[in-house]
Design a protein around this ligand. Structure first.
Ligand code: FMN
Length: 125
């Protein structure tokens, strides 16, 4: 985001909650010029308040994902994918959404085996 949330966890939590409630679309520092060259997009994000960070909404609304395949990966501390898959479906109605991979954030460094299984199941390995 152009204006990142606070590095202080408790403040960050509040700022993210305010953005969620306001349905904000935070500006991003950069976006790809185009996603035309991609058939499949691996969309990785943390679970914020049961869904994706609002910055991911900004990203998804910036492009037309029709005809593309989206593989969502959500790091979290207990809420799994939350409602993020439903939200992605709403934002990208023309995309094919594959079953997501929830990864425990604090165990992300050990998640390689499940990540590989997921990529293989989706024909990417
Ligand atoms: C603003 C904010 C809101 C969060 N909300 C949730 C939540 O609703 N459910 C959950 O399981 N984890 C939540 N988390 C934890 C993050 O999902 C977790 O920090 C993230 O997956 C990254 O893992 P890491 O911090 O170990 O890198 C939240 C974290 C932040 C900063």
């Amino acid at each position: 985001m152009k204006q990142p949330y606070s590095p202080v966890y408790m403040r960050c939590i509040e700022e993210a909650k305010q953005d969620l409630q306001a349905k904000a679309r935070p500006e991003l520092t950069a976006l790809p010029e185009s996603i035309d060259g991609y058939d499949t997009v691996i969309l990785a994000y943390p679970n914020y308040w049961g869904t994706m960070p609002m910055a991911v909404y900004t990203f998804l609304e910036a492009f037309d994902f029709s005809g593309k395949t989206i593989l969502p990966l959500c790091t979290n501390e207990g809420s799994g994918m939350g409602s993020s898959e439903r939200e992605i479906r709403k934002l990208c109605p023309g995309a094919q959404l594959k079953p997501g991979l929830p990864v425990t954030g604090s165990r992300a460094a050990q998640a390689e085996p499940e990540l590989k299984r997921w990529l293989k199941a989706n024909g990417l390995l």
